[in-house]
Every structure is written in structure tokens, then in C-alpha cells.
Design a binder for this molecule. Structure first.
Ligand code: M6R
Length: 608
């Protein structure tokens, strides 16, 4: 989704800004732009498409400015175009970049038109530049005009602004959309994503909702909405260049798939004892608080939601508590009835997903026992808002398609189930088995990588198809859903997942000689049932690709049976995810898609 970077320095900032935009490309965008405070005017360049096109324009123009702002835009209001790209300006004086959505844009647009403002784009963002310009007429400073402007805005925003009259100065405002300040030596920065400036500084100030900032190369001033100075703690964020480069891999997604043994190791290390999880791994007081939990409400989006759906069985089996699971975008609109002793759990790789954050905010006012967050970004809003949390420690995930985030979320969810069961003294034998299996997971994931050769034998066929069907039963239905999501988002092949037993209730009509049917068949209590469902596919001439145990009795004549590593009941869902990730990746490579940044998608979805 959109990315903001601003820099003020004693050196020229053009390269810094372009590098920052490149570092945020993974978030997904359709256009990019830069506004530089140069000479007496602001010099602006914008281009549709990749940051490299903007970079070329910069090389041709060779700007020398020492301060400026830049942006990658992911269209919400108005089509992707050069006119709609940020920065937006007003009267060649005020220039802004904006992330988020201004909900009352129609009203503001009318007001500005009445005052004679000419609006050049279809965006809600441009209105902010004009409003600051308008408010400046009766303000003593640009900061005051910015503060006044934000009182008129409804919605979520992070803004960086410059004025042609104040070279070397950048203004910032934050409300419900991430923004941080980076501190350098004789240079300071503002960014919506720490990765944008990770190669130049490790020192950050995380702005809070309602914060404003005024930044020069030697000074960072942070204010509250009354314009009074406030202090924010200096935070160290270590996003090393190796974790944000592809290394020897062709794509970030490929690198992130193969990083999973290490990522999982980092999730569980220091959190497991001999036969149990350690106490308070979700934060001080969590083990005590979990004694009261009688039911759990999970809320998440996309892949993170699939993690909750997969893990439900662990909570029901090991903690003996029922679980409710909602799409974050739906949860608060169904006016959920919250029973006593319910724990609220959000799961999010980024910790910034707007739908999940809005659900968390709603839950805060309800009578939950407390809020737990499972997330990968320690500096995220969700991490700050939760009562208890666990970081998955997977390292930056750059590919839009979530891979290591998902498997590490599953490991963290297993640890949450174990923590609750331990607090309530339930099922010590199951806890012991699950703890041991968790420990074996990184090595098993490593073994699963050796399936790549077998998978390569089926990808050519799948890559030529328009549709694919994924089947599973029990927890493996959720893993099948994750497999289908992976395939559709990066290869653009339409893929659906069904609990195999549902096939005969409708989707069987889709099965013909053309459609590949991918089935997950671990030797669990449901495998016999699955077998008969697969017979229904065979009888219709369907091509089956089955992932199952070496001792399985499933016979595949048309298609392929792929032997999975020998895993336990608790870690198998994690291991069965791996071949589906490799399958989606290989198919997308054959189809030549832009798989790290698939069309229309964003990494961190910060709008509702
Ligand atoms: O950062 P989050 O985990 O909250 O993101 C939620 C979804 O947007 C995300 O999982 C999305 O579905 C992935 N791109 C799927 O690969």
C-alpha cells in the first residue's frame, strides 16, 4: 500500500528518497512521485508505474535539493495516473504526500471549490494540500495550519508536507496510519515504513495518533494536537540490508519460503521448556490472566485468518475452549455478543492492517478478558495496542504473498494454545507432545523442501489451466484455503478450496478432465472419508495431485501422489503448507507474473 518518505539533510536527498521508495515497492503501488525543496520553488516529478521510471526522470533532471518528500501510491480514490500520483500541491507552495483515506472528502472538496481552489486530481489527498494552504491564511505558522487542517479531516492519515517558503523543513502528522521519524547525523527523515530508511539509520521515534512533527536536518520537534511539545522514546529498529535483499534468490517470495526453518526456529527459541511452553511468553501477567479464559474470539484477514482457522482445533483439543473466528472486516458490523471470559486475539504479519486494527479498537470497548496480538512487526500499532503479545520473529516479509509469516503464526498460535492449557492445568500429555513436535518443525520444513523436484513435475500442467480446486478435511481444509489463496494471488489462476466432503454438494460440477484437483491427505482420522471424496473426482476423469503419507493407500492413476515427510499430528499442518507454497511459486514463475508484487495487491493493507 502507499509509502511515504521524507528527508532533510546537509547532502542532496534525491538518491535517499528514490532508494526509500524502492525499499517500499514490496508494499504494492501503481505510481510514484517526489517533491524537492530546491531554489525558491518546489520541484516535482511524478510517474505512472515503477519507481525505476521516476528514477530515470530524476537522473535526467539531476535535482540537487537537500530536503523533500516522496511517495508510492496505491489507488483508492481515482485511477492510477500521473495526475493522481503524489505529491499533491497547492499554489506552488504547499506540497503533501498522504497515506490513508479521508472519509469526508466530498464535503471538503465542495468547501474548497467555493473558496475558488482548482482541484487537479480525483484524489482525496490533494484536498489536504489545499486545506493547509487555506488554513495558512489565518495561522501564524505552517504547523498551526497543518494542525487546523487535521481537525477537519475524518478518517485515517499519515501526512508529510513541505512549503516552498521553508527550505530544509518537513512537517508530519499521524492519525491511525503508521508514521515514524528517523534520526541521522546532520539529517533526519520521516517514513511510513522503517524499511524505507533502514539502511541509513537505526534510530526512530514512533509517532502516536494525534502527533505532529517539524523536522530539520539538526532538529526533531514532536507536538500534540494542541501544538505542545511532547517526547517520544527513541527506538532502535534493526532492519539489516541482508534481511531486505533477495540475496541469491530470484524473488523475495522464494527467499522467504526457504527461510522458514530459521524463521520458525526464531519463533520458538527461548519460549519452550522441556515439555511445555515457558510462563508469560505473551508478556508479564499473561499466564495468570489466561487462567480465566473460557472462549476465544479470533480476528484477522487473508492468510492470517487462515492461521486462526487452522489453529482452532488445537485450542479446542488442548485447551478445551470454543473458538469464534471472524474476518476482521466483518467482525464489528455483526454486533458480536461477547460472553464472559472471552479472550480477543488478533493475528497480523504487519500489525497495521486497517480492518484488524479497527476490530481491535472495537474489542477494546467490549468486556473481553484482554487482547492478545500475534504479529511480526514489533513496532507496529497492533503490537502497541494489545495487552499481551508475541512476535513471530520471522524477519521482514517483503513478498506480497505471505509465506514465512503464516507458518510462524501457526507456531505462535500453538504456543498460545499451550500457554492457555498450561495456565488451566489441562492436558499435560498433549502439551508435552505438541511441545516436542514444535521443536522438530524447522527440521521437517527443511525435509519438505526436497519435494521441489516432484512438484516441478506437476507445475507445467497446472500453469496452463484457468482454474484449480484444493481439497482438505479438518484443519487441512484451512491449509487448502491458504494454498488456493497463494496460487490465485500470484499466478492469477482462479483457485477455490473446499472441505472435501462438500464436493458432492456443488463443486463436483466443476470437475472435468481439465481442472487440476490438489488434495491434502495426511493419515489422520479423516483420511478414510477423504478417500471416498477423491473417488468422486476420479470417477469424473479429474486429475488428482495428492500430498499424503508414504503408507497411504490412496492410488492415483491420473495425476500424481507426492509423499510427505513423516510428521506428527501437531506439526503436520505447518509441513503440509510448504509444498503448496512451492507449487504456487513455481506455477507463477512459469506464467511470468510479477509475483513479489502481484497486480492490484498491497503488502500492508492500511485502508478499510
Ligand atoms: O499483515 P496482515 O497479516 O494483517 O495481512 C493480512 C492480509 O492482507 C494478508 O495475509 C494477505 O492475505 C496476504 N497477501 C496473502 O498472501
Amino acid at each position: 500500500m502507499c509509502g511515504i518518505i521524507g528527508a532533510t539533510s546537509s547532502r542532496s536527498v534525491g538518491k535517499i528518497l528514490i532508494k526509500g521508495l524502492h525499499a517500499m515497492e514490496y508494499r504494492g503501488y501503481d505510481s510514484a512521485g517526489v517533491a524537492l525543496n530546491q531554489d525558491s520553488e518546489v520541484f516535482r516529478l511524478r510517474s505512472l508505474g515503477k519507481v525505476s521510471s521516476l528514477e530515470e526522470l530524476m537522473i535526467n533532471n539531476k535535482p540537487k535539493a537537500k530536503s523533500g518528500i516522496a511517495h508510492t501510491r496505491w489507488a483508492t480514490h481515482g485511477a492510477p495516473s500521473e495526475e493522481n500520483a503524489h505529491p499533491h500541491g497547492s499554489h506552488n507552495e504547499i506540497y503533501i504526500v498522504h497515506n490513508g483515506i479521508i472519509e469526508n472528502h466530498d464535503e471538503i472538496r465542495e468547501k474548497l471549490k467555493e473558496k475558488g481552489y482548482k482541484i487537479a486530481s480525483e484524489t482525496d489527498s490533494e484536498l489536504i494540500a489545499h486545506l493547509i494552504h487555506l488554513n495558512k491564511t489565518d495561522s501564524s505558522s505552517t504547523l498551526e495550519a497543518l494542525i487546523k487542517t487535521t481537525t477537519e479531516l475524518k478518517g485515517a492519515f499519515s501526512i508529510a508536507a513541505i512549503s516552498s517558503e521553508e527550505k530544509g523543513k518537513i512537517y508530519a502528522a499521524k492519525q491511525k496510519s503508521p508514521l515514524l521519524i528517523g534520526k541521522g547525523i546532520e539529517e533526519n527523515f520521516v517514513a511510513s515504513d522503517p524499511l524505507a530508511i533502514a539502511n541509513i539509520t537505526e534510530k526512530f521515534y514512533l509517532l502516536e495518533d494525534g502527533d505532529f512533527a517539524e523536522i530539520t536536518k539538526n532538529d526533531i520537534k514532536i507536538f500534540n494536537s494542541n501544538g505542545e511539545p511532547v517526547q517520544r522514546e527513541e527506538t532502535k529498529i534493526d532492519a539489516t540490508p541482508t534481511s531486505t535483499s533477495k540475496g541469491n534468490y530470484t524473488h523475495f517470495m522464494e527467499k522467504e519460503i526457504y527461510e522458514q526453518p530459521d524463521a520458525l526456529g526464531n519463533t520458538i527459541n527461548g519460549r519452550l521448556g522441556e515439555n511445555d511452553v515457558l510462563d508469560n511468553i505473551f508478556g508479564l501477567g499473561s499466564s495468570d490472566a489466561f487462567k480465566k479464559v473460557k472462549r476465544i474470539q479470533f480476528v484477522a484477514c487473508g492468510t492470517s485468518l487462515h492461521a486462526a482457522k487452522t489453529a482452532r482445533k488445537w485450542f479446542e483439543e488442548i485447551c478445551e475452549v470454543p473458538c469464534y473466528i471472524d474476518f476482521a472486516s466483518e467482525y464489528r458490523y455483526r454486533n458480536p455478543i461477547v460472553e464472559d471470559h472471552t479472550l480477543f486475539v488478533t493475528i497480523s504479519q504487519s500489525g497495521e492492517t486497517a480492518d484488524t486494527l479497527a476490530a481491535l479498537e472495537y474489542a477494546r470497548a467490549e468486556k473481553y478478558v484482554g487482547i492478545v496480538t500475534i504479529c511480526n512487526v514489533p513496532t507496529s500499532t497492533m503490537a502497541r495496542e494489545a495487552d499481551w503479545k508475541i512476535f513471530t520473529n520471522a524477519g521482514p516479509e517483503i513478498g506480497v504473498a505471505s509465506t514465512k509469516a503464516f507458518t510462524t503464526q501457526l507456531a505462535a498460535l500453538m504456543m498460545l494454545a499451550l500457554s492457555i492449557a498450561k495456565s488451566q492445568d489441562k492436558n499435560a500429555d498433549k502439551r508435552k507432545q505438541a511441545t516436542q513436535e514444535l521443536r522438530e518443525t524447522p527440521a521437517l520444513v527443511d525435509q519438505a523442501f526436497s519435494l521441489k523436484e516432484n512438484i516441478s513435475q506437476i507445475t507445467q500442467n497446472i500453469s496452463t489451466k484457468h482454474n484449480a480446486l484444493f481439497l482438505g478435511r479438518g484443519m487441512y481444509f484451512s491449509i487448502a484455503q491458504e494454498g488456493a489463496l497463494k496460487l490465485k494471488e500470484i499466478s492469477y489462476i482462479h483457485a477455490e478450496a473446499y472441505p472435501a466432503g462438500e464436493l458432492k454438494h456443488g463443486p463436483l460440477a466443476l470437475v472435468d478432465e481439465e481442472i487440476p484437483v490438489i488434495a491434502l491427505a495426511p493419515e489422520d482420522s479423516l483420511v478414510e472419508k477423504l478417500l471416498s471424496n477423491l473417488e468422486e473426482v476420479k470417477a469424473r476423469g479429474g486429475t488428482l495431485y495428492v500430498f499424503g503419507n508414504a503408507n497411504s493407500t490412496i492410488e492415483v492413476k491420473k495425476g500424481k501422489f507426492i509423499n510427505m515427510p513423516d510428521c506428527g499430528d501437531y506439526n503436520a499442518p505447518i509441513i503440509y503448507t510448504i509444498p503448496l507454497q512451492i507449487l504456487a511459486y513455481e506455477v507463477a514463475c512459469l506464467r511470468g507474473t510479477d509475483l513479489d508484487q502481484p497486480r492490484n495487491l498491497a503488502k500492508s493493507v492500511t485502508v478499510e
